[in-house]
Design a protein around this ligand. Structure first.
Ligand code: GLC
Length: 425
């Protein structure tokens, strides 16, 4: 199995990473950003696994209209860290074959600071006015747009509406409902608790909901060794300890949680909107028509999702940048944004779709209202070029706390120190 490269960094080496990244700044691309601006021809688009298979349909539409500028889809794995490391490897090799790449919102700062993404300025300017503001912010770094917003993502609570009379709005209500899970011999609650980016998402939701945060307003000074953060992380650690989070959930990424929910083994699941369509359509799903979504609960009422999403970045090493730009515009056009919502139950970045009465009334899109609300209040993860080391600090320690290997308070102290070591904060 491939070990993600940022996991190989010993903690003592993190300071060195800070220095080398800061030293190269945004000039590492060696003028590549000025080359091939009007290049046209076939390109490759790289993204994580096409779970629904529908991205292939979108690309087929583009290809039928652009026979001389065809797009080839390169699918990576379905795991965020592996996708990140694959991109880093190809950018480091200045690979002209990775023309357009799907950039998770948390990688924008790092890739932009390395000079790997074509700034979307001058001839590459995009009209961002109709797009969700948070998605535009997440595709920008230091005030410059570096990627074309494509899909957003907001967490939601999937629940079995055939078993739960009313979705919980607080953590306590959720825990109280676990007796229903026990009566039906099923697991109660799961999210993404394996040691990877998804755990950073889940830990940050719990910590934010309890009034905590990872870093101060300066974006680099750690501020996670607090009673609020302890309250948030304890929710997950206690639920794991007493079995309300089933033991196997410590290995769950998005897909394992989806499969457990689809096979009727879970009462509640925290996941992204893409699960909605699949859980209602997969041949093997036993929960078709038996579930609904609600906002994620928090300690005293509705909590806050962590903002997710993916945007399209153009590699500075692409030889066909004019084609790449047109393809990016095509993917954020109204018909494609509508298609990714309707066919993939992914979160569009086109704001008007969240208020479209026809879409809101469509029973197949029963998640749209909740998703729109989730996105309105979603909180970003720390924005920093040193994100890989920051997220490693969060994952390592949140994982140890949930598993019970170290007490929550100690985990937060370690996290605090490791975040500061990573950012120089
Ligand atoms: C989803 C989100 C992304 C997040 C990832 C974590 O793909 O869109 O932002 O980092 O999940 O697993």
């Amino acid at each position: 199995m491939k070990i993600p490269t940022h996991r190989l960094l010993p903690l003592a080496g993190v300071g060195a990473l800070v220095v080398s990244l800061a030293a190269c700044g945004s000039s590492d691309s060696g003028g590549a950003a000025k080359k091939n601006e009007s290049g046209r021809g076939p390109i490759t688009y790289v993204q994580g696994k096409d779970n629904t298979g529908d991205v292939k349909n979108m690309i087929a539409q583009w290809n039928s209209q652009h026979p001389d500028e065809k797009v080839t889809l390169k699918e990576q794995s379905d795991q965020a860290d592996q996708q990140h490391d694959d991109l880093v490897q190809h950018f480091k090799a200045k690979d002209p074959g990775y023309d357009v790449v799907s950039v998770d919102v948390v990688w924008t700062a790092e890739f932009a600071a390395q000079g790997w993404l074509q700034p979307l300025t001058g001839p590459f300017t995009l009209d961002t006015a109709p797009l969700l503001k948070a998605a535009v912010a997440a595709a920008s770094y230091n005030g410059t747009l570096y990627a074309a917003p494509t899909t957003s993502d907001g967490g939601m609570l999937y629940y079995r509406k055939d078993l739960v009379p009313k979705p919980p709005t607080t953590w306590q209500e959720l825990l109280d409902a676990c007796k229903i899970a026990r009566e039906h011999h099923m697991g109660c609650y799961a999210g993404q608790f394996a040691k990877y980016e998804g755990l950073t998402v889940n830990a940050s939701e719990a910590i934010n909901a309890a009034g905590g945060r990872f870093v101060k307003e300066d974006g680099k000074t750690a501020d996670v060794d607090t009673p609020e953060a302890a309250k948030g992380l304890s929710f997950l650690a206690d639920a794991y300890k007493n079995g309300d989070i089933p033991k196997e959930a410590i290995t769950f990424q998005e897909e394992q949680g989806r499969q457990a929910f689809e096979s009727g083994k879970l009462l509640f699941l925290r996941n992204w909107p893409y699960v909605y369509n699949l859980a209602n359509s997969d041949g093997s799903s036993v929960v078709k028509g038996k579930f609904a979504v609600a906002p994620e609960p928090g300690p005293d009422g509705v909590g806050a999702s962590t903002l997710g999403g993916h945007n399209m970045g153009m590699s500075v090493y692409s030889k066909h940048k004019a084609t790449a730009l047109d393809f990016m515009k095509f993917m954020e056009s109204e018909p494609m944004q509508r298609q990714l919502l309707v066919k993939q139950s992914n979160a569009p970045v086109l704001e008007s779709l969240y208020a479209d009465p026809e879409l809101l009334a469509d029973p197949k899109l029963g998640f749209l209202k909740t998703l729109g609300e989730s996105l309105k209040t979603a909180k970003p993860r720390p924005v920093t070029p040193f994100y890989p080391a920051v997220t490693a600090a969060i994952e390592e320690n949140a994982y140890a706390a949930i598993k019970g290997s170290i007490p929550v308070e100690q985990a937060l102290k370690n996290m605090q120190a490791a975040i500061n070591a990573a950012t120089g904060g």
